[in-house]
Design a binder for this molecule. Structure first.
Ligand code: SAH
Length: 185
């Protein structure tokens, strides 16, 4: 796993998704070396780099040009650029034109979640998987009901990570935002 401090960051771009959450996403994804992944909302590249390190190809999309530049910088820093194709585009424009992938990972959807899931689910190879990371309550409920409607078996976990900071007087636990991982099984 990359450390959070391994990433170049930028105040105009969200992320990286914290290391402990990346661990869970990678574990729940059950990805294989030969997998090709479509990632919507690459942000800083936190998840992009973890997937790129472990699978064949990642197609990463973000509508924010700063996010694409930053993800590229992080990929170059860790020598993973050749594994990733970057698209500075609205998710739906890319999904409609992409070939089949083994996994769809959604880290941001900007109000288009239902359509992204609808069209994205048609772009999966047989047995393909969908993973959504969600902070907003609405994203969690929308993702679960849409995936069920599309015929998937769905699981959700929600985690509240607290990380210790060693101080002179003792160890203080700092809470991070709760985050849900919704994934098909
Ligand atoms: N997982 C990332 C952080 C994701 S932040 C990391 O580890 O670094 C979510 C990103 O989704 C933002 O950069 C935002 O620009 C992007 N996004 C949201 N809606 C989108 C859409 N409809 N199409 C493309 N990108 C989108």
């Amino acid at each position: 796993m990359f450390k959070d401090t391994d990433f170049i960051t930028n105040s105009k771009v969200p992320g990286p998704t914290k290391e402990e959450i990346r661990c869970l996403v990678i574990s729940k994804s059950q990805l294989k070396k030969e997998d090709e992944i479509l990632e919507i909302g690459c942000g800083t590249g936190g998840l992009t780099l973890e997937f790129a390190k472990r699978c064949k190809k990642v197609y990463s999309v973000d509508k924010n040009p700063d996010a694409i530049d930053l993800t590229r910088e992080n990929l170059i820093k860790h020598d993973l650029l050749e594994k990733v194709e970057l698209f500075q585009e609205e998710a739906l424009n890319v999904i409609k034109n992409i070939d089949k992938v083994n996994m769809l990972v959604i880290g941001g959807s900007g109000g288009d979640l239902l359509e992204i899931l609808e069209i994205g689910s048609q772009k999966l190879t047989s047995g393909g998987k969908i993973i959504v990371t969600a902070i907003l309550l609405e994203t969690k409920t929308e993702a679960i009901s849409k995936l069920k409607e599309l015929g998937f078996s769905v699981e959700i976990i929600e985690v509240n990570i607290s990380k210790g900071r060693i101080l002179e007087r003792g160890t203080m636990m700092y809470a991070q935002n709760p985050i849900s991982i919704i994934y098909t099984v």
